[in-house]
Write a protein that binds this ligand. Structure first.
Ligand SMILES: NC(=O)c1ccc[n+]([C@@H]2O[C@H](COP(=O)([O-])OP(=O)(O)OC[C@H]3O[C@@H](n4cnc5c(N)ncnc54)[C@H](OP(=O)(O)O)[C@@H]3O)[C@@H](O)[C@H]2O)c1
Length: 141
């Protein structure tokens, strides 16, 4: 990742769903490598033990500049999705980037619910929503 991109990531809080394996896990490492000095990563999936392993591996590789918070979240359970952001520690709730990677064929909740619960501006349509997202440096991948 370019230095300019790394600079833009500095100090940001990133949520990655499905971070216990595969693409989500790889994304977590790439974000950490891109901004090793100052980044917050919230890693979610059902297997909390795997998330803790990923967190330890990331900290071993890049050091303590990347804070990693493993959080259990089953995206097929609407109640878990709705309460996800309120359950986070206060200082982790101002989320800048969502990598909405987890997928389940038995999804009973609209995946956009995750976005709608915690940071409505991210999902707002229209030009006002776009302006808000740019101002807050929020992105949905
Ligand atoms: N790999 C490819 O070639 C490819 C191609 C096109 C699209 N994709 C898409 O990319 C995404 C990731 O693919 P992948 O190959 O990395 O898959 P993967 O290795 O099977 O990883 C899936 C991740 O999603 C999590 N997950 C599954 N069900 C979940 C649930 N109900 N709630 C929360 N987390 C859940 C799993 O963790 P837990 O089991 O711990 O919950 C795991 O971390 C998927 O959406 C897939 O459809 C992949």
């Amino acid at each position: 990742m370019s230095t300019a991109a790394a600079k833009r990531l500095e100090g940001k809080t990133v949520v990655i769903t499905g971070a216990s394996s595969g693409i989500g896990r790889s994304c977590a490492f790439e974000f950490a490598r891109a901004a090793p000095q100052n980044l917050r990563l919230i890693l979610t999936a059902r297997r909390l033990d795997k998330l803790h392993e990923v967190a330890a591996e990331i900290n071993n590789e890049v050091g303590g500049g990347v804070q990693v918070l493993p959080v259990s979240l089953d995206i097929s359970k609407p109640d878990e999705v709705r309460s996800f952001v309120p359950r986070l520690p206060e200082e982790w709730r101002d989320i800048n980037i969502l990598v909405n990677n987890a997928y389940t064929p038995r999804l009973s909740a609209d995946p956009r619910t995750l976005v709608l619960t915690g940071y409505q501006r991210l999902s707002q349509g229209g030009s006002q929503g776009a302006r808000d997202r740019r101002r807050r440096h929020q992105h949905h991948v």
